[in-house]
Design a protein around this ligand. Structure first.
Ligand code: P53
Length: 476
């Protein structure tokens, strides 16, 4: 007995903009992902003013899943997937975002995609907004700094809940909504919320305002889903990077606690339907005057999520400093290197035990079912002539994480619904826009410059994961 429950959702995860391509097909509009160029480790992706001639936009073609999804789902089925997490590109359904009527061609695409999954016994798990909101909502409305976005998102949500209610049971609202806690860089605010800042603008309150509107939109969507069909399950989606104190000095411990407050209060609102007091006190201390109405607070209270979806790739570490007596957390300055763990080629800390810790942390705080909807190892793969990749390093990473996940379930009693490793087929990296940062069990022949046949081939980890699923996590 492995301890994973009956019907445990083994599968894989992707997001529309990172694999579909077909950026203008079927009436699709331009999304925020379509105006981001390719970067690299240490080289941020450029966010351009619209789509410019001569720039490399890797998401436009991605891995052409839009035309090849049947072949890809066939491969997922061969691995024994029980579920497949992807997102609905908002711009296929509402190309500009503010239309009153949806685009039928976009709706039909997801009908066909979900039917194909179901034909293979694979249950679709769907994120509503995964770093791909309509770009028009950025240029015309300023993104999520504008309250009107709540209505646009709710309209989109209701259309897809209604249309797919008999094909999709598990939903999530905003992917990694808490990434934007890191408001000093440009990537997270733009991909989470379509935020572009003016030079010199005080970014922090804007981040809290946009997050608030998203949390209200999420709560209203949860409520709408229940009204449309009580069988639907709607979760949140949190990027979990637990923040450890560098030492056991009490100040470091306080710093780590406060850092966790600032990165994970989003979960409190999603799950408990209200703001934690520490954050309200912080708003007061900083003099942030946010647009939070009584109606909003009522909506939050009535739209608590059914489960917690989260990604886990790495842990962080922090320490106190003399110039920060209130232990305020600024993700661009407060993190330190953890000397006890290794790092990936992209500087991500490899820490399987942190996954067990995270599962316990969520369970202790919220007692809601948990779903690990992303986990994985971005690495440089070298394909042989026949397309095979000997990715033992990926197997090592994933098996160590599944082993810790099992301890959390069997020894610690955490309620875990499923596990969908990230980028089950190679796709465009969100953070860097590269192809060479690969996560897949399936190799895709395409490089950073966009060259390659796009052909698919099985890596060593393909067979490994098939065995994991077949043995329900016994054979690691
Ligand atoms: P890439 C930062 C930290 C943790 C997860 O990321 C993150 C990010 C943003 O880069 O994003 C999630 O592709 C996200 C996926 C993304 C995946 O992790 O930068 O939900 O869209 O591809 C991996 O290596």
């Amino acid at each position: 007995m492995s301890g994973f429950k009956e019907g445990f959702l083994w599968g894989g995860a992707v997001a529309a903009h990172q694999l579909e391509g077909g950026w203008k097909e079927g009436g699709k509009g331009i999304s925020v992902a379509d105006v981001m160029t390719a970067g690299a480790h240490g080289v941020p992706r450029e966010i351009t003013d619209g789509v410019l001639q001569g720039k490399n936009y890797p998401n436009h073609e991605a891995i052409d899943f839009y035309h090849r999804y049947k072949e890809d789902i066939q491969l997922f089925a061969e691995m024994g997937f029980k579920c497949f997490r992807t997102s609905i590109a908002w711009t296929r359904i509402f190309p500009l975002g503010d239309e009153l009527e949806p685009n039928e061609a976009g709706l039909q695409f997801y009908d066909d995609l979900f039917d194909e999954c179901l034909k293979h016994g694979i249950e679709p798990v769907i994120t509503l907004s995964h770093f791909e909101m309509p770009y028009h909502l950025v240029t015309e409305y300023g993104g999520w700094r504008n309250r009107k976005l709540i209505d646009f998102f709710l309209r989109f949500s209701k259309v897809v809940f209604t249309r797919y209610q008999h094909k999709v049971k598990y939903w999530m609202t905003f992917n990694e909504i808490n990434n934007q806690a890191n408001y000093h860089e440009d990537f997270a605010p733009f991909t989470n919320s379509g935020l572009k800042y003016q030079p010199g603008e005080d970014r922090e309150p804007v981040m809290y305002q946009a997050s608030h509107y998203e949390l209200v939109a999420s709560a209203l969507a949860v409520r709408a889903a229940r009204e449309i069909n009580p069988a639907l399950q709607v979760g949140c989606m949190i990027a979990m990077c637990p923040i450890y104190p560098l030492t056991c000095a009490p100040g470091d411990m306080m710093m780590a606690m406060n850092a966790m407050h600032r990165r994970y209060w989003f979960t409190d609102v999603h799950v408990r339907g209200k703001y934690p007091q520490h954050l309200l006190n912080y708003f007061e201390r900083r003099g942030f005057e946010l647009d939070i109405t009584d109606e909003d607070l009522a909506a939050l209270a009535e739209g608590c999520v059914d489960y917690i979806g989260f990604s886990y790739y790495m842990s962080f570490a922090t320490k106190a400093s003399a110039d920060n007596p209130q232990f305020d957390y600024d993700e661009s300055k407060s993190l330190v290197s953890n000397p006890y763990v290794q790092k990936s080629d992209w500087g991500w800390q490899i820490d399987p035990v942190g996954l067990r810790y995270s599962l316990n942390w969520f369970w202790d705080h919220y007692q809601l079912p948990l779903f690990i909807v992303e986990n994985g190892f971005g690495a440089i793969d070298v394909a042989q002539d026949d397309g095979f990749v000997d990715d033992q390093y990926r197997i090592d990473y994933l098996s160590a994480h599944v082993a810790e996940m099992k301890k959390a379930v069997v020894e610690d009693g955490v309620d875990l619904m499923g596990y969908t490793p990230w980028g089950c087929i190679d796709l465009v990296s969100a953070g860097t826009g590269e192809m060479k940062k690969r996560y897949g069990f399936i190799y895709v022949d395409k490089d950073n410059e966009g060259r390659g046949s796009l052909s698919r081939s099985r890596k060593k980890s393909f067979k490994w994961y098939k065995d994991v699923i077949e043995s329900n996590g016994e054979k690691l």
